[in-house]
Design a protein around this ligand. Structure first.
Ligand code: ADP
Ligand code: MG
Length: 356
């Protein structure tokens, strides 16, 4: 039996274009004998548009940018848009969305309410993984080593700037990394080496979020690992990122082809083992499902510190997560199918639960 698969992509987020490239790549890797594939495009303004069934891999991005009027577009009645009373509209939805309004639990909540199986993390893991402060607090609870950090909300900063600077200077060391708590893709993140830069960095970060986190900057290599599964997750080989810029900023993530990926990362087997254990613990403490990319810092002394997890990591065929699995023996096509199976498995398990 062929499965009806809804590819959900685009989105009201900084990663809109990346999502389109991912969707194209996924159609090129999908086995059309196994899936009936339907595109669901979310415009930059947040409008949902459903297109006709795709019968072949998509060649150009334009094909995925479904036009207004020509397609089913019912943004304020998403349930009738996604559900069909007579016939099952979708067996599974694959959200290929990153960042806000996609990776943060909001879309997951909608799909949950509609009782539709969907690929990847659920509401809790997505939203906890989106907020760097909540994520760090959970990591702390799981005994995972992290860089020292301080956080506050914008209002506190506006009121008590001096006290907060004093606190940061006492608890952290220079240089410091300033980040909006709730964005991704390095947007709004800066490195500050003195007070003046710190103030500027915080002012910038507070344009993007009401909650700000400041961390001690660490001199270390950046090594990442893929986790795949539900209750018994598997871990990939590690991969290292070598940014050519000062840090792994937005440009080096998306516009710069010089950011080298070294796979597998040249680290000792002891580092790999400890990192695997940490990746699984991070996956479990956030109650993840499907997939996560766990990002670490590894110091010259082989100390491992967790930086973050990404609940919907970059997913084009040249992104770290799929390449890590490729190097672990799971092709891009297999990865997609495994994720779909995991989504259905989780959904079926949920149907067994009693609610009253
Ligand atoms: N505490 C830190 N010390 C050193 N480099 C950091 C630190 N925090 C972030 N960075 C650099 O900034 C990049 C982006 O930060 P990250 O927390 O991963 O945010 P995002 O969620 O946007 O990926 C990292 O990949 C790393 O290069
Ligand atoms: Mg990151």
């Amino acid at each position: 039996m062929k499965k009806k698969l809804g590819l959900l992509y685009g989105g009201k987020s900084a990663e809109h274009d990346v999502s389109l490239s991912t969707a194209r790549a996924v159609t090129q890797a999908l086995n059309f004998d196994k899936f009936d594939v339907f595109p669901i495009f979310i415009t930059r303004d947040g409008e949902w548009r459903k297109g006709d069934q795709l019968t072949a891999p998509v060649e150009s991005i334009e094909q995925l940018q479904l036009g207004k009027g020509t397609q089913d577009s019912i943004p304020n009645d998403v349930s009738s848009f996604l559900l069909n009373k007579d016939e099952k509209e979708f067996d599974v939805i694959f959200p290929l969305l990153h960042g806000t309004n996609g990776e943060d639990g909001t879309v997951q909540g909608l799909l949950e309410v509609l009782n539709l199986p969907y690929v990847g993390n659920g509401v809790l893991a997505s939203s906890a993984g989106m907020d760097k402060v909540v994520m760090k607090q959970l990591f702390e609870h799981a005994g995972l080593k992290q860089v020292p950090y301080v956080y506050f909300i914008r209002k506190e900063w506006n009121k008590n700037q001096d006290a907060l600077i004093a606190k940061m200077e006492e608890e952290l060391t220079w240089p410091m990394f300033v980040k909006p708590a709730n964005l991704g893709s390095s947007v709004g993140i800066s490195k500050a080496s003195n007070r003046e830069e710190l103030i500027k960095a915080i002012d910038l970060a507070s344009k993007y979020d009401r909650k700000i986190i400041v961390e001690t900057g660490i001199v270390a290599r950046e090594v990442e690992m893929g986790v795949l599964g539900n209750d018994s997750p598997k871990v990939s080989v590690p991969g290292e990122i070598k940014p050519v810029t000062d840090f792994y900023d937005y440009d080096s993530k998306y516009n710069d082809n010089n950011t080298g990926l070294i796979i597998p990362a040249p680290v000792t087997t002891d580092v790999v083992e400890r990192m695997k254990d940490m990746a699984i613990r991070a996956f479990k403490v956030l109650d993840c499902s499907g997939l996560v990319r766990a990002d670490f810092f590894v110091t010259a002394e082989d100390d491992i510190v967790i930086n973050e997890v990404n609940t919907m990591p970059g997913f084009t065929p040249v992104s770290m997560y799929p390449i890590l699995w490729q190097n672990t023996g799971v092709t891009y096509s297999d990865l997609i199918e495994q994720l779909i199976d995991l989504a259905i498995e989780r959904h079926e398990e949920k149907q067994q639960l009693q609610y009253q």
